[in-house]
Write a protein that binds this ligand. Sequence first.
Ligand SMILES: Cc1cc2nc3c(=O)[nH]c(=O)nc-3n(C[C@H](O)[C@H](O)[C@H](O)COP(=O)(O)OP(=O)(O)OC[C@H]3O[C@@H](n4cnc5c(N)ncnc54)[C@H](O)[C@@H]3O)c2cc1C
Length: 434
Amino acid sequence: MSGPGLHRWEVNMASDQSAQSAVKVTVYGRTGSPPCYAIRDFLYRNDVPFEWVELRTDEEARAIGLHGPNDERLPVCVFPDGTRMERPTIRVLTEKLGWFRDPSLSEYDLAIYGAGPAGLSAAVYGASEGLKTVVVERWAIGGQAGSSPKIENYLGFPKGISGAELAERAREQACRFGAEILIAREGVRGEFTAGKRIGYLADGTKVTSRAAICATGVDYHRLEVPNEERLRSAGVYYGAGAGEASLCVGHHVVVVGGGNSAAQATMHFSRYSPHVTLVVRGSSLKSSVSAYLIDRIQSASNVEVLTQTEVVALEGDELLEAVIVRNVQTGEHRRIETHWVFVCIGGAPRTEWAVEAGVARDEAGYLLTGPDLSGNGQPPKPWPLDRPPYFLETNIPGLFAAGDVRHGSVKRCASAVGEGAMAVTFVHRYLSGG
Ligand SMILES: Cc1cc2nc3c(=O)[nH]c(=O)nc-3n(C[C@H](O)[C@H](O)[C@H](O)COP(=O)(O)OP(=O)(O)OC[C@H]3O[C@@H](n4cnc5c(N)ncnc54)[C@H](O)[C@@H]3O)c2cc1C
């Protein structure tokens, strides 16, 4: 199946357990191809050990029965049992990995939407406290945290832990307590009737529960510059790209953003890339980045920080070729040749479904809960119960919000985990009629 001299990367897996286990999937493809990136990202974020084989010439492609590196059948995935899949969908992959499942119960006590830190924490507490619990996750376990190369401020991990490893440990813990996790399934609509919270998934599957927690976090902001959509996943990536770093050896990498996640990503790429440019719109990193990260950035000889600078254009047809940045003070433009840009400029919640379902949001789309539902300490209107909403309860009784999706949340892992746990306490109170 494989020819000599192919460009292979055994992708560093997040958890020790996966790093020690044999490669499960070999993925053949072309760097800069969006479908290839989607599969690499999905496997990395879900902690599936895999090998990435980049096809650069017709000869290399012919060795696996294809015409060339642009063959439309790419990516090709080959499993240890010999199964070969050409351009598989994520659904087909989850089926092959044995992860695809429909809800096993007609009704759960608790349905959780989102398997980031908040959702996973809620799953651990819910399932361990005897609630029949299901988690619905659109993409991969871990959410934003799963894309973090190293979380260093999470309690109990003095040397830091990769977000994907933290997520994998939480997944295992939740499953041990009996939580059911539906991966690569997206909640798209909610219906709330007396005592029932019904979630409809994108494929039409219905999940019925007595209480629900929305822990869907935020989605990365876009740069909002020309060509961005076309070059998305073809040189322009969102988040810290922990799984891509080993492919950046020898390449100039550009990271955009002035917060901790951009700083973390910069330091991570600096271990692989000869030159990392961090593009920051503000005048310094001081107000937005932890001191320990600033120290590391300043002492890294291959890292350049461009402050008061913004990305104004992206160049490239099928693959990103260059980024144009502009100094906002001087107006000076600079062209940086690169195939790798990672955008870490924060995010916004995707809660459009809430409008139809009558769930109260703030102007930016974050879900309102508890005291935030009414400024004057009175219950929101309409509100059908005698008691006021619990702290993490939305204006729909029995529907809670936890983590980054919630109005006023602190955008940190520990806070999301704390809110997930706290939401379960309120779920118990709600279910016991309180
Ligand atoms: C690169 C990076 C590095 C970071 N580093 C740190 C750090 O070092 N320390 C720290 O404290 N914080 C860090 N953060 C912030 C931290 O990761 C977030 O605050 C935290 O992940 C929020 O957790 P959450 O569960 O609320 O949401 P998220 O992590 O955003 O998870 C939400 C999940 O919901 C899923 N989802 C969305 N919509 C749907 C839907 N309709 N149906 C089903 N599922 C859905 C998403 O796919 C996602 O998996 C970092 C963030 C980033 C991006």
